[in-house]
Design a binder for this molecule. Structure first.
Ligand code: NAD
Length: 386
């Protein structure tokens, strides 16, 4: 336990949260001195009619805009550069990202590249971006990544089959508009996977070695909301109260992990996602129970508290036994929301594990994990999830 530890917490992003809050988008664009918006979204949001809803709001508010929707899940670095070029040729001076992590991470990176030279690849890592870019408004439509308030853009180099992260204080969006109504069209399987991603954020931050009091409070509240509402959000997509809880939970989970980073689920999720095209939330959901079981000896009291949050029957149990019930509870939640796949279902085989473990070991999420893993430990975690 860390007593009286100093910590720092920074969140420059303004948050507007509420049902229907998207209606004020034109005022926010004007306040940020935007005259023409690059609306960054993806084909799924266009198909669901969510992009059209924003287009109408911008139009009625007298804001000119250009739509950029050349984005696939696990977005590519080249898509960022094409978006930057379109923004420049169209004279856009403000970026609105509308979507899940893929659209938001791309929008944030385009915003950065509108104020910085070169290629987004030049800024991979932490704190490498020299200047603030153009104003970015992030509008999440999944309840998972929390990208609307994080310093990160996670991008893929599809040729090299690797994911690259750009982390910079200049990558905090200026504003996050969190409108739960925009998540109502999310299909059950994406609701489930992204909800489990939010749980992984809250939980990994809560038990890791870098956590701090504000993050802990955010993690606890986030987990409570997910435990209360993820099953409802998946089973009843039109349940606005559950959607509200889940969007708030993913936001709070991101507020938790922004300064602390995460743990082994995310360290492994990045190379597995890049090589085998496993949706980010799904790979985290598959790994999380295995990683929790492995990590228990590194933080028994915290895992016992998580079992309590899940209202598991821990009265009279030893902390170690109670901690084990946290794993049972998370496995049950994963199954209840319909995530039954294993890594093998996505083509992961024994022969891939050396490369996956070696790449995972270089992640900044490893040093903060409650247990220090060996390469063999990382491979075994994958085997357990196969
Ligand atoms: P996503 O953005 O890839 O979206 C998944 C699918 O859901 C897409 O097809 C999209 O069109 C569809 N969709 C989204 N909202 C919808 C809605 N309201 N109605 C109907 N369809 C909708 O998924 P995601 O899980 O939100 O994001 C994953 C990406 O985020 C990964 O690349 C991951 O690495 C990254 N990520 C970033 C951070 C960060 O801090 N920036 C954190 C975690 C993950």
């Amino acid at each position: 336990m860390q007593v009286n530890r100093s910590f720092r917490y920074e969140l420059p992003t303004t948050i507007e949260f509420g049902n229907g809050s998207i209606k004020d988008l034109p005022d926010h664009v004007k306040r940020l001195n935007g005259t023409k918006v690059l609306l960054v979204t993806d084909p799924g949001l266009q198909k669901a009619g969510v992009a059209d809803r924003l287009a109408v709001i911008l139009q009625n508010g007298g804001i000119a805009f250009h739509v950029y929707s050349d984005i696939q899940p696990e977005p590519d670095i080249e898509g960022v550069m094409r978006g930057r070029d379109e923004a420049t040729s169209e004279g856009c001076d403000c970026v609105v990202g509308l979507g899940g992590g893929s659209a938001l991470d791309t929008a944030k990176a385009i915003g950065l590249m509108l104020g910085n030279e070169g290629h987004i690849r030049d800024y991979v890592g932490i704190g490498k971006v020299p200047h603030k870019g153009r104003p970015v408004i992030a509008v999440p439509t999944t309840a998972g990544t929390g990208s609307e308030i994080t310093v990160w853009s996670v991008l893929s180099d599809k040729t090299a089959k690797v994911k690259l992260s750009v982390g910079s204080p200049f990558n905090f969006p200026d504003l996050a508009i969190c409108d739960p109504e925009l998540t109502l069209s999310l299909p059950p399987h994406i609701t489930a996977a992204t909800g489990m991603d939010a749980l992984t954020h809250a939980l990994e931050s809560y038990v890791n070695k870098a956590t701090q009091p504000i993050s802990e409070a955010m993690s606890i509240q986030s987990m409570r909301l997910i435990i209360r509402s993820l099953r409802f959000a998946v089973a009843q997509g039109d349940n606005l109260a559950a959607r509200y809880d889940m969007l708030l939970a993913s936001l709070m989970a991101a507020m938790a992990f922004n300064p602390t980073r995460l743990g082994l689920s995310h360290a492994l999720a990045i190379p597995l996602g890049a090589r085998f095209h496993i949706p980010h939330g799904t790979v985290n959901a598959i790994l999380l129970p295995e990683v929790m079981g492995y990590n228990i000896p590194g933080n028994v009291p915290k895992f016992a508290e998580i079992a309590q949050l899940f209202e598991m029957p821990i009265d009279g149990m030893s902390p170690r036994d109670a901690a084990a019930l946290a794993v049972t509870a998370v496995r049950q939640l994963k199954e209840d929301v319909g995530i039954q796949q294993t890594l093998s279902d996505f083509g992961v085989k024994e022969e891939h594990l050396d490369a996956v473990a070696e790449e995972a070991m270089t992640s900044g999420n490893v040093p903060v994990n409650p247990r220090k893993p060996t390469l063999e430990d990382l491979k075994q975690l994958c085997r357990d999830a196969m």
